[in-house]
Design a protein around this ligand. Structure first.
Ligand code: P6P
Length: 315
């Protein structure tokens, strides 16, 4: 079976890029070990601090951020780190050519109930500055801490999936992920229905109508409340994830963050034949204005994304 080092050697001859992905994978393996022990160590409680988003930081958010920072500090190719857990960007190796944007522990509010969470990362050329469109990414990935510890990663080719074995090696389990164009599963927090815009309301209503409505087929709904868990399901079997702009998130531009959630996930989904949109444009074409910018996120099976966009075009 192919391992991560062999795959990276085939995917890129840029040593720095392979090095950064190897460093993020190593950070993921270390975080996985910390999370496994966390309930016993009593570490799932709040850290008592708040991050730039004003969210209560869990002790593990801070620990995971430190682990990522330590692994990237040891990597000469990384010159800039943007993290959800840090107000400002951190400057690392001056001679480095790469920038990493990361959510070191996305979905951490689920840790107390043992639900899959993850580390999300995006890699860009530092020369382009911190505010580059997602289409400029050189690589993106996430580590999902679930029943298996999985690394999903894409450079500029297809999106590939690796699992951590009991010896600490990343073994390829899916060479090229493929998101089916058609799906009967959608993921949205339906408790927010009263805030939805008309396009979201009409799209979801079609799905709920199932085979009796215009969609002409039955739908199921899943919402884990942990982006890495929801996206991994969609990457592996299709579906659509929606965290659209709504009347409550409008003032902030959305709920999820562009640089280290939307862009890397869009890169991975599109590397598997899926699509992404804000409702009006492809997520990867959005011009960032701030490192912690929020954005509407709709991504997954192409036919479903197209149907959502049709409702937005109708206004
Ligand atoms: P809600 C977790 O806090 C997160 O950032 C994503 O991982 C997840 O998809 C979303 O928020 C869940 O949001 O409003 O359902 O709690």
């Amino acid at each position: 079976m192919t391992d991560l080092a062999q795959w990276l050697a085939a995917e890129t001859d840029t040593e720095g890029l392979a090095g950064v992905i190897t460093a993020m994978a190593a950070a993921g393996a270390e975080i996985a070990a910390v999370l496994r022990a966390a309930p016993i160590a009593g570490q799932t409680g709040l850290a008592g601090a708040t991050n730039v988003q004003g969210e209560a930081q869990k002790a593990l958010d801070v620990i995971s951020n430190d682990i990522v920072l330590n692994h990237l500090r040891a990597n000469p190719a990384t010159s800039i780190l943007v993290s959800e857990e840090l107000d400002e960007a951190v400057h690392l190796a001056p001679e480095g050519s790469l920038m990493v944007a990361t959510d070191p522990l996305d979905g951490s509010s689920n840790l107390d109930v043992n639900v899959t969470v993850g580390t999300i990362f995006s890699v860009l050329a530092a020369s382009g500055g911190m505010l580059q469109k997602g289409r400029a990414q050189l690589a993106a990935g996430y580590i999902a801490y679930g029943p298996a510890t999985s690394l999903v990663v894409r450079l500029t080719g297809r999106t590939s999936v690796f699992c951590l074995d009991d010896k600490g090696h990343w073994v390829q389990v899916v060479a090229a992920a493929a998101v089916p164009a058609s799906s009967g599963e959608f993921a949205i927090n339906t408790a927010r229905e009263r805030f939805w815009d008309e396009a979201t309301r009409r799209y979801v209503a079609e799905n709920v109508a199932g085979e009796t409505g215009p969609a002409g087929k039955r739908y199921n709904m899943r919402w884990v409340g942990s982006m890495v868990a929801d996206i991994h399901r969609i990457l592996m079997r299709g579906g659509i994830f929606l965290y659209p702009l709504d009347s409550e998130t409008l003032a902030n531009g959305g709920r999820l963050r562009l640089l280290y959630e939307a862009n890397p996930m869009a890169w991975l989904i599109e590397g598997a034949g899926g699509l992404s949109t804000t409702g009006h444009e492809n997520i990867l074409d959005v011009e960032p204005t701030h490192i912690h910018q929020r954005i509407p996120v709709i991504l997954g099976s192409a036919d479903e994304v197209h149907r959502v966009e049709r409702w937005y075009r109708q206004g």
